[in-house]
Design a protein around this ligand. Structure first.
Ligand code: PGA
Length: 249
């Protein structure tokens, strides 16, 4: 399976010109890489201008709504994203769970809507610092995953990527230790076996996110056996992001 390198730009950069510059610089720096797929997830508003430029790089979105169309002010549908060349959608990111109070139930609806529309969800799971201290990590990951995948048919299961993103590691500079992350990947794999059986579980990409830099990215893949990486702030620095790409290939 190909490694997945996902750039989550979050609410950056501040204007379209900067977005195009960053995108083009990254694109130019990517030499033909076998075995790796680079996915850039910009804010929605930059998708139209990046769509036409997106050779070598796949496009992702940072969220989606779970209804097809209609009176849903402020929302964006899966079909709209597809029409702009989007292939992946990040769902259940802790910043959305926290800032918009997104629940596991809503995430589940979004996962189903994406899959039915032919988009590939990247489902984020992970414990907070407090849950970690209380020894609830496994319980949290299991609940988030089981809920996100409730009644998601087998035929779609291979399209799913799971991102283990401990909340305490996101944007803090405190990346998760490799052996600890590896334990979580194994746990995710086990839950997938329980939900869909071994074949699908083994075909599911499990990636890591949380304070990834050019200095630590490769160890999650080489030592931790992650199937990819989700990069936040380091993806806004084209030089560092290209270093990450080079370090994992
Ligand atoms: P970070 O963000 O790399 O800035 O920690 C990761 C994420 O939120 O996906």
């Amino acid at each position: 399976m190909k490694l997945l390198l996902v750039a989550n730009w979050k609410m950056n950069p501040q204007n379209e010109k900067e977005a195009i510059n960053l995108f083009e610089t990254v694109k130019k720096g990517i030499k033909k890489k076998k075995g790796i797929e680079v996915v850039i997830c910009p804010p929605f508003v930059y998708l139209p201008s990046l769509h036409s430029r997106s050779k070598m790089v796949s496009l992702g979105a940072q969220n989606v709504f779970y209804k097809e169309k209609g009176a849903f002010t402020g929302e964006i549908s899966a079909a709209m994203l597809k029409s702009l060349g989007v292939a992946y959608v990040i769902l259940g990111h802790s910043e959305v769970r926290i800032n918009l109070k997104e629940t596991d139930e809503i995430i589940n609806k979004k996962v189903k809507e994406c899959l039915e529309s032919g988009l590939r969800p990247i489902i984020c799971v992970g414990e907070t610092e407090e849950e970690k201290q209380k020894g609830q990590k496994a319980e949290v990951i299991e609940r988030q995953l089981a809920k996100a995948l409730e009644r998601v048919p087998r035929k779609y299961a291979k399209k799913i990527t799971i991102a283990y993103e401990p909340v305490w590691a996101i944007g803090t500079g405190q990346n998760c230790q490799i052996d600890e992350a590896m334990g979580s990947f194994l746990l995710v794999r086990k839950i997938m076996v329980k939900l869909y059986g071994k074949e699908i579980a083994n075909a599911t990409r499990i990636i890591y996110g949380g304070s990834v830099t050019a200095g630590n990215a490769a160890s999650y893949i080489n030592e931790g056996l992650a199937n990819g990486i989700l990069v936040g702030s380091a993806s806004l620095d084209s030089k560092e992001f290209l270093q990450i790409i080079n370090s994992i290939t």
